[in-house]
Design a protein around this ligand. Sequence first.
Ligand code: FE
Length: 183
Amino acid sequence: MQTLSSVGDVFALFAAGGSESYFGEPVTQLEHALQAAWFVEQHGGENTLIAAALLHDVGHLLHQEGEDIADRGVDTRHEEMGAEALAGHLPAAVLDPIHLHVAAKRYLCFADRNYFDRLSPASKQSLALQGGPMTATEAEAFLALPHAREAVTLRHADDAAKVAELAVPPLESYRPLVESIWR
Ligand code: FE
């Protein structure tokens, strides 16, 4: 398990693996992260949620599995890997939404009939591996968790962050924000 001890370590991950394509979507890992952060920022999200959006898929950059990972029937549990690697350095308002962003997808598939239909094919495929839509009982338990609502907001940004060649602010523009909450 790789640990990340500085903002420099985290940003270096994007430099090393951020140009890989994002699981059957028309964006790279880095573009996906930057678009997610930008969408949260545009919707007036707090700095902690902007940071969560930027870093929500850091687990994918850590596991180094190929793009066909879901085709091989493997759930990497990247949401846990990412939150664990950042634990101790970022507040719960960042870590919880990262940890819960896959659960938020399962929740939305339960709560919103149209949500599943709008998911991309790759996201539908990974949903099956991630446990499928929540049951009513699971949804109730999910909503009771700290930062569950923030995780849902992050999830919407995540789902939208798959736009080919969208112009958004660069990674470096987020360094001061992440430094300001890193400890
Ligand atoms: Fe994502």
